[in-house]
Ligand binder design. Structure first.
Ligand SMILES: C[S@@+](CC[C@H](N)C(=O)[O-])C[C@H]1O[C@@H](n2cnc3c(N)ncnc32)[C@H](O)[C@@H]1O
Length: 224
């Protein structure tokens, strides 16, 4: 049976963490990806005083670069595995950087409900997460995000895209083959646009060439 997400395999996190493979859990390409993430969030206008939410933050690939840049305490992360986040906290952050990130800012959450996080969040990134999750998980996550965080200005979201009306597997620009019905999952631009609109966001696609051929969307809440 194919699992909806590779992260759902029983013992997946425990096994990889026991072997010291926390970077592999998030796909490797450590420095290259962190710098790419920094580049796009700064290009989209992130400021040091923003309250940042890294959704599905893993072992702090972005965090190890971003936490020292943001005002202290302004980075928060969620992930399906708190053990993975804490491994990153212990092994990927310098002691000075750890002082800028209270451990309670790393919140286990696999349903995108964002428990215990304050309503102050202004900027969010969700990178390489919905590429592993079925289509129907996105809309409720966006809905929760918009309603939990009334000050949110922007969400940057990566997905795999296949053309509207494409059927079956699709080969991405760098050769990764994605699927409509199993991981790695792809979506149509129209489908992502419909989810964004239903959850109260505008959407704009960036032209960045991202690792593995992911596409990057910028969503902004429509405030009435
Ligand atoms: C490819 S990694 C990307 C990690 C991080 N965003 C980065 O770019 O370094 C995917 C991450 O999504 C997390 N994840 C998978 N399913 C999730 C879920 N249902 N809720 C929250 N996080 C999830 C995994 O634990 C993993 O850390």
């Amino acid at each position: 049976m194919t699992l909806a997400s590779p992260y759902l395999k029983p013992g997946f996190y425990d096994d990889a963490l026991a072997r010291g493979k926390h970077r592999d859990i998030v796909g490797g390409r450590w420095e290259e990806t962190a710098l790419h993430q920094m580049q796009v969030i700064l290009d989209e206008g992130l400021e040091r005083h923003d309250h940042f939410l890294d959704i599905g933050c893993g072992c702090l690939r972005l965090g190890h670069r971003l936490v020292p840049w943001l005002d202290p305490g302004h980075y928060r992360g969620t992930d399906a595995s708190r053990a993975l986040m804490l491994r990153g906290y212990a092994e990927e952050l310098t002691p000075d950087t750890r002082l800028r990130l209270p451990e309670e800012n790393l919140v286990e959450d696999e349903e995108f409900r964002f428990p215990t996080l304050p309503p102050t969040i202004t900027f969010a990134l969700c990178w390489g997460v919905f590429t592993h999750l079925p289509a129907e998980t996105l809309r409720p996550a966006l809905h929760n995000l918009n309603h939990r965080f009334p000050h949110l200005r922007k969400l940057l979201l990566t997905v795999f895209l296949a053309p509207d009306r494409h059927e079956g597997p699709f080969r991405q620009r760098d050769g990764v083959v994605t699927h409509p019905n199993r991981p790695p999952w792809h979506r149509s631009p129209a489908g992502i646009g419909a989810d964004a609109a239903a959850a109260g966001f505008t959407i704009r696609w960036r032209e960045d060439l991202l690792p593995r051929g992911q596409a990057l969307a910028v969503l902004e809440p429509i405030r009435r």
